[in-house]
Write a protein that binds this ligand. Sequence first.
Ligand code: AMP
Length: 305
Amino acid sequence: MKSVNLVVLGTLAFDSIQTPFGKVENVLGGSATYFSLAARNFSEVGIVGVVGKDFPHEHLEFLKNKKIDLRGVEKTEGKTFRWEGYYEYDMDQAHTLKTELNVLETFEPKIPDEYVGCEYLFLANTDPEIQLEVLKRIKPRHSFCDTMNFWIEHKNAELTELLKKVDGVFINEGEARQYCKTPNLIQAGRKLLKLGPKKIIIKKGESGALFFSDKEFFVAPAYPLEIVKDPTGAGDSFAGGTVGHLAKHQEFTDAAIKKSMVCGSVVASYVVENFGVESYKKLKHEHIQERYDTFKRIVAFDHEF
Ligand code: AMP
């Protein structure tokens, strides 16, 4: 059987979301869902995750039709992970109303042999104990993780252990401040580097993202949009676009990461224009190319001082 270049561990979920521009209930979501739908635009990608018996066949078919490898997705007795949240007018931060772990509580990841030793592993937002176990079993060439306030509060020690073992971290600004106990993001980036990971990316929503390594500091803007209906999945889509593009070009340099972050910003810009995964139903390569080209134009300036 064919091996997979990029693997993501994360949630497949039912999301209920309210923003000032509308409301949806029990729609397809989850960190692994958004990540893989973004990454598949650049690289083959496989998911390690779990769903309950209530997870509709049509959602799995949708992901399969997008050529996402689902050999690591287990369907088990019980209910699928559920998340309910809302955004206020500035849409900057998701406010969680309810998190139901359900099948995630007893999840024992099944890892296909073809995923072991993959080039890139993305440990998307999920229980850090599971992230640690999957990292140990897959033994990828390069690994990244993400996390969120829920795990910073409930499993802080396990999260610290994980951060010491991965090559790179994606974390959003609020969570970087919370975990590093500092209001300043530059200090937070430096603190995270000190734990061990060589590449730190702090996501700042519509203000873009910051990249830190031992040699580089880089600011990637977010793509400026007139319409933002639902920011859910923007962070995972940004990570999916970034790591998917890195995996395609097989380069783990700072220069490659900077360019890949722009691809991540472009993909995320499409997902927030509609609720849930709706935008991914129509997203094509030429759309990504178009906004990538616009990006080059809007961030270019004369370097002569
Ligand atoms: P983001 O890209 O950060 O907007 O992440 C959105 C996705 O994260 C949603 O589709 C949720 O299903 C998922 N999610 C929310 N809370 C958690 C959690 N505690 N663990 C894992 N995934 C979560």
